[in-house]
Design a protein around this ligand. Sequence first.
Ligand SMILES: [Zn+2]
Length: 412
Amino acid sequence: MKRILLEILLVLGLAGAGYFGWTQKQVAHSASQQLQEATEQAESGQSKTQETEEALGKAQEEIKALQPKAQQFDAVKGAFTGGQVLDDLEKLYAKQKGLSSERQLGLGMVRMLTKGADEESVKALNKTLEMLDWNNQRNIICATQNALAAAGQDVKVLAECNTPPPLKSAPTGPAKAADAHAADKAHGDKDAHKPHWAYDGEMGPEHWGKEFPTCAKGKTQAPLNIKGPFTKSQFQLVADYKMGELSLLNNGHTIQVMGTAGSKLRIDSKPYELVQWHFHRPSEEQFDGKPFAMNIHFVHKNDAGDIVVLGVMVKEGNENPGIRTLWNHAPQKEGPAVTPEGVKFNPANLLPREREFFSYQGSLTTPPCTEPIRFFILKTPINMSREQIDQFPFKLNARPVQPLNGRVIESN
Ligand SMILES: [Zn+2]
């Protein structure tokens, strides 16, 4: 019961912060509606256990009744100023392994409502932005950006965030909300959607810095051309990936697969949850100036929000049975995630047997190019057939290699 209450407060917190952003910025769109939609989407997408889904379902019913109250920011703020909500939420989340981006966002919002926009709150919110998919979680990003802007932080609110989201009828529960959203995505906001960045042309990598300053100004940007001299790496790496339901999407930039529940990368015994993994063609990292046909990036995050990427190179060779399964279900066109019924997959099938690696401090290789992110690139590539490489729906989705800026690459 306490948990449900906290979920409600969390959503109220989101709505409150959004409403605050709305009134402060005089942006002509419904922030609370945007936030409500974002939360539904986030929760329906991320709920992993039945227990969570039930709790959220109940919470959402309650939230509907409480929604008008959420729009009175003073009332909401009152609930937070005592600090009890933040304390409770932090305690609750401290016990959970692998905090979802959405919960991290919620925590950041609540912290901001309680303590004002201190450095920690802004850090937490920015960390969340790093992990969110720019196309599929646009609403969450817009909500966060509006809230940060309202708090007087120097963030650029994307022009797209000032467009009101399409109106739709109230959802009846998490699963339905997800369906409704998927349906909307399919028909609704295609025309309104303008890409923020691309791999060529006017929005290509050399122009990313205009909208995403870190891409141009960052000093530890990725990918890198990997070449010696190397220093000896002391990291111990164990990939502990689990078989689970296959869920994947085409986000307009790559094919992205959700991490299966319980999948972890352990670095010196410290666990990082597998959040998602995706493909680049050709490979983003290069070995001695040479790209591979493709690469896979397995993206992990720990409870503190630190991101670690495990890279696997792909060379042309024998057909890869794991890839055959993926390509059978990967959408050719941009759209919402698909979860083919009865299809299980273990991402460990796409790791080489040998685990020697290169390691360096890098960044996201897509906007907003956030730093720092620790990379481990396995030295041994896996195979995919020529045909499988050609079946990947993106011909070019690799950022060029970035300046080393004095970094020394490690090797084990
Ligand atoms: Zn990547």
